[in-house]
Structure formats: structure tokens, C-alpha cells
Design a binder for this molecule. Structure first.
Ligand SMILES: [Zn+2]
Ligand SMILES: [Zn+2]
Length: 134
């Protein structure tokens, strides 16, 4: 495991955390849930093991929402600035990190466009070397 540490934080900087590569997944997802959750046309998330993740501050400000009809879809925000922050998967096995919350840039790139068939029609592909998966 690399000892590179990437720092992340919310918009107001009250919530801070650290992640340690390598990542289990680093993907763009275009599904309707990810669009709602981010307010954008896709989510770009990193998944890693819980022992590769550490809260530095602000954990007490975090609010969680588990989408009832989903198997595992959840979202966490900082309640001070309402910015998305990382969350544990419902089964506790992974931590999902919205990549835009990282202050340091990962040395790797996303590996796929997931739920490509669910994208809004005007989305243009900007990383055409990546596979588009349904
Ligand atoms: Zn905040
Ligand atoms: Zn999605």
C-alpha cells in the first residue's frame, strides 16, 4: 500500500479527512441517483477500504441519508455548509469519497463511465479512452 496521503474537506473546511490509495474503484457514474445526489450530470467517486480512510475533524457535523428503496445508496453532508462528504457503505465494507471533496489530486484517474446509458442526452464524453458501461 502506498504511503501517499490525500487530504479532503468540505466547503466550509469544518469536516476534514484523509484517504490513502490504492483505490478499489475510481469511476464516473451517470445514474439518476448520482445526478440528484451531486446536483450535477454525474458523480465521480472513489471507493476504498475503511482502514484507508480517517476523519480528521468535523465528524459530529455530518448528517447521513440512506435512500430507503436502494440496496446501498447513501449520502452524507456537512450540516454547516451542506457539502457532500465521504460515507461508509451500508454494509460497512467500503468508504465512498466524492472526488471533488479532495484537496490533493490523486495520481490515478477514473477507469470507467458507469451507467452511461442513464446519462442526460446532452452529456458529451470528455475522456473517450475510458470504457462506457451500462
Ligand atoms: Zn462544511
Ligand atoms: Zn450512480
Amino acid at each position: 500500500m502506498s504511503d501517499q496521503v490525500l487530504r479532503g474537506s468540505c466547503l466550509c473546511k469544518a469536516v476534514r479527512f484523509e484517504v490513502r490509495p490504492p483505490f478499489l474503484r475510481f469511476i464516473h457514474c451517470y445514474c439518476s441517483r448520482c445526478r440528484k445526489a451531486t446536483g450535477g450530470v454525474r458523480a465521480t467517486n472513489i471507493a476504498l477500504l475503511p482502514d484507508q480512510f480517517r476523519w480528521i475533524s468535523g465528524e459530529e457535523l455530518i448528517s447521513r441519508y440512506d435512500l430507503p428503496e436502494a440496496r446501498s445508496f447513501a449520502r452524507q453532508i456537512c450540516t454547516r455548509c451542506n457539502c457532500p462528504v465521504p460515507h461508509r457503505s451500508r454494509n460497512g465494507e467500503q468508504v465512498i469519497v466524492p472526488v471533488g471533496t479532495l484537496d490533493d489530486e490523486p495520481s490515478t484517474k477514473p477507469t470507467a463511465h458507469r451507467q452511461w446509458g442513464s446519462r442526460v442526452s446532452w452529456v458529451a464524453i470528455d475522456e473517450s479512452d475510458l470504457p462506457c458501461e451500462e
